[in-house]
Each structure stands twice: as structure tokens, then as C-alpha cells.
Design a protein around this ligand. Structure first.
Ligand code: SF4
Ligand code: SF4
Length: 190
């Protein structure tokens, strides 16, 4: 399900990944929810040519998966789709999972959200709902394939969105703890 970058899709003025991801690279550390110190006001990267490997290697699901619907550009939709590779019990190859981060309540109204989630569930891809905590805190994440099965099988778009809405409410009540960055020294954190 992964190929090259999807033709015709560019990051443009989006910099959701520079704000909403935790980066724990030897060259750059920041917890989710905080804008990277290298992000310019126009959302470009001040160190683009020498940005850390973590940044060079990252593209979100909107850039890499054709079946992620066009309107789900992260800065427009408040939905950040990410790939997650899982090692099933036993032998590889690793299995692709897809994480849907709903950045705000507005994400539930994004065009194409229900259809994209349903496509992943119908294809038996592990699907996770990810709800961030406050800046600097951990998120809640849960696999939602099972609870979505009925709505997907019956092509019930409203049902898919209702499951997502309820799962988001449950996730918001989850336990949050401050994010600990491995690459940040005790001195840096003081
Ligand atoms: S979240 Fe996706 S579209 Fe937005 S800047 Fe990052 S890779 Fe580009
Ligand atoms: S270094 Fe550049 S690409 Fe990486 S998070 Fe910061 S602004 Fe974004």
C-alpha cells in the first residue's frame, strides 16, 4: 500500500509534523505540541538542507498513501495520518499499520476522513486512533478495527464517524504523562 510520494501533493504551507510530532533525534529534540525552533514564521524550515535525519526521513500518510483522501492535508483537515510498522508474532515481514491523529474536534468534520478510515479497515490494515495530550504530554492511542467493523461492512458513514467521535472522547480521558526524551541530557532538561 506504500509507494513513492503521491503525485500532485506538496507540503506547501503545512508544517503540522514540525509542531505535532515528538522529535527525539541526537540533533534535535522536542516534545509534541511545540513548534520546532527551526520553523520559520512562513512554516518553512530554517535549516532545510541540514535538517536532522528524522525530518529528512519523514513524510505523513497524506504524502505517501494514494488512498488517503485528497482533502485530508493535515493543516487543512486537522487529521495527521502516519504509518506504523508492526512486527507480528513470529516471523517478519513487518505489517503496515496506520495511525490517525485527530488534532482537534474539527478533524471529525474533515471531508474524506470516514472514507479513508473505512478503506483501511476494509483492507485489514491495523487502524489506530491517536489523540494527543496537552503539549509535552503523551497521547492516547487505541486500535479501532473491531469497533469499526460493523459500520464499515454496512457502508454506514455516519456510523464510522460516530465510532470515531466516541473513541476520541474515551481517549481524551486517558492517562497523560510528561514526555521523556531519550536524547535530551539531564542538563538540557533542567
Ligand atoms: S504533515 Fe505531511 S503534508 Fe504536512 S508538512 Fe509534514 S509531511 Fe508535509
Ligand atoms: S528541523 Fe526543520 S523540518 Fe525538522 S521539525 Fe524543525 S522545522 Fe521541521
Amino acid at each position: 500500500m506504500i509507494g513513492e510520494l503521491v503525485a500532485g501533493r506538496e507540503c506547501g504551507s503545512c508544517n503540522v509534523c514540525c509542531v505535532h510530532l515528538t522529535i527525539d533525534d541526537p540533533e534535535l529534540q522536542k516534545p509534541q505540541g511545540y513548534r520546532c525552533r527551526n520553523a520559520n514564521p512562513d512554516h518553512s524550515c530554517a535549516i532545510y538542507e541540514r535538517r536532522p535525519k528524522t525530518c529528512k526521513d519523514f513524510y505523513c500518510g497524506w504524502r505517501t498513501l494514494k488512498w488517503v483522501r485528497q482533502p485530508l492535508r493535515p493543516d487543512v483537515s486537522d487529521v495527521l495520518v502516519r504509518l506504523q510498522f508492526e512486527k507480528p508474532q513470529g516471523e517478519p515481514p513487518p505489517q503496515l499499520g496506520v495511525v490517525f491523529t485527530l488534532l482537534t474536534a474539527r478533524a471529525l468534520k474533515a471531508d474524506g476522513l470516514a472514507e479513508t478510515v473505512a478503506a483501511a479497515v476494509a483492507a485489514n490494515v491495523p487502524v489506530y486512533l491517536h489523540v494527543p495530550g496537552p503539549p509535552g504530554y503523551t497521547a492516547s492511542q487505541a486500535r479501532i478495527n473491531d469497533v469499526l467493523q460493523h459500520a464499515v461492512l454496512t457502508r454506514d458513514k455516519a456510523g464510522v464517524l460516530d465510532v470515531l467521535r466516541r473513541a476520541r472522547i474515551v481517549a481524551q480521558g486517558g492517562k497523560r504523562t510528561p514526555i521523556v526524551l531519550k536524547n535530551m541530557s539531564a542538563t538540557d532538561q533542567a
